[in-house]
Design a binder for this molecule. Structure first.
Ligand code: MN
Length: 200
């Protein structure tokens, strides 16, 4: 079995003006495709071929660095495309909104914390909203293509929402202004999908 690039669930230009079509095209069709291709090459002929991408992440300490980088890249980007949507943004509702208020004080305080994690991740990586083993929400960040599912992660949990802060995610449109990209991101967050992940 080999991993496949999932199709984008919307058009390349659907997230404009917040994320431009050219960035989406290169990001999905080139970067994500490369993680999938390199992951498949790295696991070809090994038992890892029989594992789900989630199980690969959970056992990453036992696997080669190429699997960590490219398997993480595949998991992270597959999640990233689904937690964004056109005509989205706004605020979370229902149980997720209650959990955010209880963990962070308010939605605004959560956003500040998440933006801070994204802005201060040095170099390339991701910022996350996760549900930890105790069922509580936390904000954290990971370097490179690591993620909180990985057994090597400093803060572990199930990713509910993630933002890619590699320069390839924003440089064409925002150049060095990572905080502007992080601010714009809130306009495309697909809270229905994040809620679904939270309630699962
Ligand atoms: Mn990326």
């Amino acid at each position: 079995m080999s991993f496949q690039l999932p199709p984008l669930p919307y058009a390349l230009n659907a997230l404009e003006p917040h994320i431009d079509a050219r960035t989406m095209e290169i990001h999905h069709d080139k970067h994500h495709q490369a993680y999938v291709t390199n992951l498949n090459n790295a696991i070809a002929g090994t038992d890892t071929e029989k594992m789900s991408i989630e199980d690969i992440c959970k056992n990453i300490s036992k696997l080669p660095m190429a699997v960590r980088n490219n398997g993480g890249g595949h998991y992270n980007h597959s999640l990233f495309w689904t937690i964004m949507a056109p005509n989205a943004g706004g605020a979370p509702k229902g149980k997720l909104a209650e959990a955010i208020n209880s963990a962070f004080g308010s939605f605004d305080e959560f956003k500040t914390k998440f933006n801070q994690a994204a802005a201060t991740r040095f170099g390339s990586g991701w910022a996350w909203l996760i549900k930890n083993a105790a069922g509580k929400l936390e904000v954290c960040s990971t370097p490179n293509q690591d993620n909180p599912l990985m057994d090597i992660a400093e803060v572990k949990g199930t990713p509910l929402l993630g933002i890619d802060v590699w320069e390839h995610a924003y440089y064409l449109h925002y150049q060095n202004r990572r905080p502007d990209y992080c601010t714009a991101f809130w306009n495309v967050v697909n809270w229905d999908e994040v809620s679904k992940r939270f309630e699962k």
